[in-house]
Ligand binder design. Structure first.
Ligand code: AMP
Length: 210
């Protein structure tokens, strides 16, 4: 199954992607994680993306479309995949359609801006494998250490409050119109993401397995 997770930054896409990934045995593809990895290793693409990312802006479409094209061509995507953080603009969604990739379900996780700003301050990610945690809702077993790979948990620069506000503005302007785009294709399911992680997970699995 080919799934897209939509939602504002901090809506819980990363956490829910991991759950679906475990349940269906298909990989999660996070353009954010791929870009952060490129930034860490200092590739040309990473350098190009750095200033956009740190300001909470979107990396240009042609860069992320190139990343996705390359990633979806890999063998592990043959039986399906979950896209977390792509597409984020109409041209990106159109590029996916042009690649001839059939999307089965688009799940939009709805959370208010107010709750997002509150949540982001508690978010931590593993600097090694990208797994996400939360100081209130999803604590690691050992403080500051990733359960999966023992990497160090850090706060992303772009999770700081001012950058979060900029990211939300970008989300409403550029990404939210995708809801209409996929509604018209009859692929959109909207899931309430305001409650506990467990509640959202239950709704997400219901949608995936429907
Ligand atoms: P994320 O981890 O998905 O929140 O992504 C972090 C940052 O990476 C975003 O704020 C953008 O700067 C960049 N990014 C990730 N995915 C995309 C995308 N599909 N289009 C443009 N920029 C992206």
């Amino acid at each position: 199954m080919n799934i897209i997770l939509l939602g504002a930054p901090g809506a819980g896409k990363g956490t829910q992607a991991e759950v679906i990934s475990d349940r269906l045995g298909i990989p999660t593809i996070s353009t954010g994680n791929i870009i952060r990895e490129a930034l860490k290793t200092g590739t040309e693409m990473g350098l190009k993306a750095k200033s956009y990312m740190e300001a909470g802006q979107l990396v240009p479409d042609e860069v992320v479309i190139g990343i996705i094209k390359e990633r979806l061509a890999k063998d592990d995507c043959q039986n399906g995949f979950i896209l977390d953080g792509f597409p984020r603009t109409i041209p990106q969604a159109e590029a996916l359609d042009k690649m001839g990739i059939a999307i089965d379900k688009v799940i939009d996780i709805e959370v208010t801006d107010e709750a997002i700003v509150k949540r982001m301050s508690g978010r931590r990610v593993c600097e090694k494998c990208g797994a996400s945690y939360h100081m209130e809702y999803k604590l690691p077993q050992k403080d500051g250490v990733c359960d999966k790979c023992a990497g160090t948990l850090v706060q992303r620069k772009d999770d700081h409050p001012d950058t979060v506000k900029a990211r939300l503005e970008v989300y409403h302007k550029e990404t939210e119109p995708l809801k209409d785009y996929y509604e018209k294709q009859n692929k959109l399911s909207v899931v309430e993401g305001q409650d506990t992680v467990e509640h959202t997970t239950a709704l997400i699995l219901e949608t995936v397995e429907a």
